[in-house]
Design a protein around this ligand. Structure first.
Ligand code: ZN
Length: 400
C-alpha cells in the first residue's frame, strides 16, 4: 500500500496553476498505485473558504482547490483511493469540500481520555528503555488534560533526564517529574524567593488544596510544591483525577470555583493583604462561572436559554454573546455574584479551619514539596505532626 503524506501548504505555489498541476500529478500517481491512502495534513491551507475577503481572492489557491474538488469528484466508488485530510480549523473549510461524496466522514479528534492517554504513553514509551513495571495508568491520571503531543513530550523529557543522570533506563520517577516539566516548566533552581514570598506561596497553594479537601472530603491533590518553575509559576498544585468525568453537577462546579478562589482566600485570611499570585485562578474561576450562566443553564433567571454560542470547539472555543446589551450586563453581574459567593465560602472554610491551614502551610514551607497522602495525613492526624517538635517557622505575629 502506498501512502502519500502531504502538507496542504505544499500545494500552494507562487505561480498560478502550479498548485493545481501538483494536485493532478498526486492523484495520477495515487490511481496508478491504488489501493492507497492520500493524506493531506492541514488541508485548510488550500481548502479554506473561497473569496472570504470579497476582494479578488487568491487565484492560485482557488485553482488548486478547484482541481482538488474535481479530482475528488472524478473517483469511481471502487477506484481504491482513500483521501484523508486533517485540519485544526474545520469551520474555515470551504463548504464544497464537506459536501456528500467528497469527504464522507468527519472524525473529530478530541483530547484523549484517561484510557487514551495511557495508550498514547505506551506507544511513545516503546521508543525508550524503561524500567520494569511502570504504572502508565498512574502517569495518565497525573497528566489529566494532556494532548497527544504533550504526552509524547513527557516521555521525551523523562528520557532526557535519564540521560543527563547517566542512567540507562527511564524510571517511574522520571516520568512523574517530566509531567511537571511539560506542564509547568523546569525547576528554577536559582530563583530566590524572599521568606515572606515563600510563606505567601505556601499558604496560597495550601489554601486551594484545603478548600478542595474540605468540600469533597477526599485527597484533592497528587502533590503540592513551592519550588518555582521556569514557566513563572511560584507554586504548583497537581490535581487528582479519578477516572473520567464528563458531567458536572452545579454543586461540583461551584466547589471548583471555590477551590480556585482558595489561594487568594488564604492570603486574605492569614496576611490580610492580597498579591498578584492569583491571576490564573481568577481567569479559571471566571470561565467556569460564565459558562454556568451562559451555556449550562444554571441560573434561575435565564432558565435553559443559551446566551452564548461557541465558535470553534477545537481551538479553545471563542464564545460570542447572543443576547441584548441589557442581558449582557446582567450576565456580568451574575458572574460576579457567583464568584463572590464561592470566594466568601472559601474564606469561611479557611477561617473555620485556620489551625489546619497553619499546620499544613508550615509543613509545606519546610519541605517545599508534599504529596497528596501527606496532605491528608496532616489534615486528619494533627497529633502526629504536633509531636515532631520542630519550632514553628511561621509566626502568626509576623502577619499583620
Ligand atoms: Zn492559585
Amino acid at each position: 500500500m502506498f501512502h502519500s503524506f502531504r502538507l496542504g501548504s505544499e500545494f500552494v505555489e507562487l505561480f498560478v496553476g502550479m498548485g493545481a498541476s501538483k494536485v493532478r500529478d498526486l492523484f495520477k500517481q495515487a490511481k496508478e498505485k491504488a489501493p492507497c491512502i492520500v493524506f493531506i495534513d492541514e488541508i485548510d491551507a488550500i481548502g479554506g473558504k473561497r473569496n472570504a475577503s470579497g476582494m479578488g481572492g487568491n487565484d492560485e489557491r482557488e485553482q488548486t482547490l478547484n482541481q482538488l474538488l474535481t479530482e475528488m469528484d472524478g473517483f469511481e466508488g471502487n477506484s481504491g483511493v482513500i483521501i484523508l485530510a486533517a485540519t485544526n480549523r474545520p469551520e474555515n473549510l470551504d463548504p464544497a469540500l464537506l459536501r456528500p461524496g467528497r469527504f464522507d466522514r468527519r472524525v473529530p479528534v478530541e483530547l484523549p481520555d484517561l484510557k487514551g492517554r495511557e495508550d498514547i504513553l505506551k506507544v511513545h514509551a516503546k521508543k525508550v528503555r524503561t524500567e520494569a513495571g511502570i504504572d502508565y495508568n498512574m502517569i495518565a491520571r497525573m497528566a489529566s488534560g494532556a494532548s497527544g503531543a504533550e504526552l509524547a513530550n513527557i516521555i521525551n523529557e523523562a528520557a532526557l533526564k535519564a540521560v543527563r543522570e547517566h542512567r540507562k533506563v527511564v524510571t517511574q520517577k522520571d516520568l512523574e517529574e517530566s509531567i511537571e516539566v511539560v506542564f509547568a516548566g523546569y525547576q528554577k533552581k536559582n530563583a530566590i524567593l524572599s521568606d515572606e514570598e515563600k510563606k505567601t506561596v505556601s499558604y496560597h497553594e495550601v489554601g486551594h488544596a484545603l478548600v478542595a479537601a474540605l468540600q469533597t472530603h477526599s485527597a484533592p491533590v497528587q502533590k503540592i510544591t513551592i519550588i518555582p518553575r521556569t514557566s513563572g509559576a511560584l507554586g504548583y498544585t497537581m490535581q487528582v483525577e479519578e477516572g473520567n468525568h464528563y458531567l458536572y453537577t452545579k454543586e461540583e462546579l461551584e466547589n471548583r470555583i471555590a477551590t480556585f478562589t482558595g489561594g487568594r482566600a488564604a492570603e486574605e485570611v492569614v496576611f490580610g493583604k492580597i498579591t498578584t499570585g492569583a491571576s490564573n485562578d481568577i481567569e479559571q474561576a471566571t470561565k467556569i462561572a460564565r459558562a454556568m450562566i451562559t451555556q449550562y443553564g444554571m441560573s434561575d433567571d435565564f432558565d435553559m436559554v443559551a446566551m452564548e454560542s461557541i465558535n470553534n470547539k477545537y481551538l479553545g472555543g471563542d464564545a460570542s454573546l447572543a443576547c441584548s446589551d441589557t442581558t449582557a450586563a446582567s450576565i456580568d453581574a451574575k458572574v460576579i455574584e457567583l464568584v463572590r459567593k464561592q470566594h466568601e465560602k472559601a474564606k469561611q472554610l479557611l477561617e473555620d479551619n485556620r489551625e489546619a491551614l497553619d499546620r499544613i502551610a508550615n509543613y509545606l514551607y519546610q519541605k517545599e514539596t508534599i504529596t497528596g497522602e501527606e496532605f491528608m495525613d496532616i489534615l486528619d492526624h494533627p497529633e502526629k505532626y504536633a509531636q515532631n517538635n520542630e519550632p514553628p517557622v511561621l509566626d502568626a505575629e509576623i502577619v499583620e
